[in-house]
Design a protein around this ligand. Structure first.
Ligand code: GMT
Length: 380
């Protein structure tokens, strides 16, 4: 690194969602480059792990004052941002997910400006903050303001930029795609896990998500039942959420339950992906589909829908195949095609190559350049 290292505050949702994963991996990679990174969240991000040089974690504790039916998380977050920015002389804040992180950061920026501390705000839009919540009138004015006032706004795909502009009007938005660190996946698959799941060596299909309706987990089960009618296979369902029970019921109704394992939440999907041959991602909408990139890095092609940013990640006929939302017959046909031994090596090679195209080493400098630009720009 030639330019002086920066002190960066990162704010994200610390749970299993892709936005938190991207923010955490970005923070760790920035620290590896010599920057000092301060995570400000309400619980430790799942991917943070234990000690990492130059990475610090600041917990936001929300007061349980009895008057508060709705504890004012955004205000407590703002105060924590001000506190950390002052104590550690932060150069900038990078907030992931517009609601409420961007508004809280802008408020912190305003408070700090009164103390003569300039703190530019970089806001990254991840998807559901725009495609689902952004359409809701109760959030729209706040998101619009956050986009107007942030020093830099980024979106994780061209499609998300397009939807954001359509929803909120003209604002400068930089597209910085999500990334992967392929070396994390360069290790031996867990042989006993695979043996336990698929003793005969039949291919393993995998789905990983938070099982919200937008992920259409029952479509995964339905397409697997169609595939299973003509080929021996196993299905590994990783994650948990509102639609898990419905998917479990569907597997029983379709009489495929013995071939389907619901694993629940895992902190890191590397192990399940390394023993999988194919990822199934039949989402209703997906701004990027980080898990597709993780599957590629593990050498698993992807059967997905053709919505949102997915066609920017999953290349039709190369790294996998794409179908319209709900086309479970088409997805089952595609899965058979990809798993055919005459085709699979070609798909697998393309998947591994695609992961390299989104290597963190290519994406990190884009964020660093935006940080420098935010610091150089004049406050509005
Ligand atoms: O997909 C989710 O339910 C979680 C959500 C999040 O905010 O973590 O994911 C969004 O951000 C990810 C990281 O940028 C993207 O890979 C996902 O495609 C996006 N989800 C949707 O757009 C539904």
């Amino acid at each position: 690194m030639t330019a002086a290292p920066l002190r960066i505050g990162i704010v994200c949702y610390p749970t299993y969602g892709g936005s938190g994963v991207v923010a955490t991996e970005l923070g760790k990679a920035l620290a590896d480059q010599g920057h000092e990174v301060h995570f400000i969240t309400y619980t430790q991000p799942v991917r943070l792990g234990s000690f990492h040089p130059r990475v610090f974690y600041h917990e936001v504790e929300v007061s349980k004052y009895p008057l508060f039916d709705y504890p004012p998380y955004e205000l407590v977050l703002t105060s924590k941002m001000v506190e950390v920015a002052t104590a550690y002389a932060l150069d900038l804040l990078h907030v992931h997910y517009a609601i409420p992180h961007a508004s809280a950061a802008l408020n912190a920026r305003r408070i700090l400006a009164k103390q003569g501390h300039r703190l530019p705000v970089v806001t990254t839009l991840h998807g559901t903050d725009i495609t689902l919540l952004g359409q809701d009138g109760s959030f729209k004015p706040s998101i619009c303001d956050a986009m107007e006032e942030s020093d830099v706004v980024t979106a994780v795909s061209d499609d998300l930029k397009r939807v954001s502009l359509e929803t909120f009007g003209e604002h400068p938005i930089e597209v910085v795609p999500n990334f992967i660190c392929p070396s994390h996946f360069q290790r031996e698959p867990n042989a006993s896990f695979k043996e336990e799941l698929s003793p005969s060596g039949a291919p393993v299909l995998c789905h990983i998500s938070n099982f919200r309706p937008v992920k259409r987990v029952c479509d995964v089960v339905a397409m697997f039942a169609l595939l299973r009618a003509s080929k021996e296979a196993k299905l590994l369902m990783v994650g948990d959420g509102p639609d898990r029970a419905a998917a479990e019921r569907r597997a029983l109704e379709l009489r495929i339950a013995e071939d389907v394992v619901f694993l629940g939440k895992v902190k890191n999907p590397i192990e399940p992906l390394l023993i999988s041959d194919l990822l199934v991602l039949p989402s209703e909408t997906e701004s990027f589909g980080l898990v597709a990139l993780e599957a590629f890095a593990a050498g698993a092609p992807v059967i997905s829908t053709d919505v949102g940013g997915l066609p920017e990640v999953n290349l039709q006929g190369k790294t996998g195949m794409l179908r319209p939302v709900g086309d479970v017959e088409g997805m089952a046909e595609d899965a058979l095609h990809v798993l055919d031994s005459a085709n699979f090596p070609r798909f697998q090679k393309a998947a591994l190559g695609r992961a390299e195209a989104f290597h963190i080493h290519k994406i990190l400098p884009l964020y660093e350049a935006l940080y420098r630009r935010a610091l150089a720009s004049q406050p509005s």
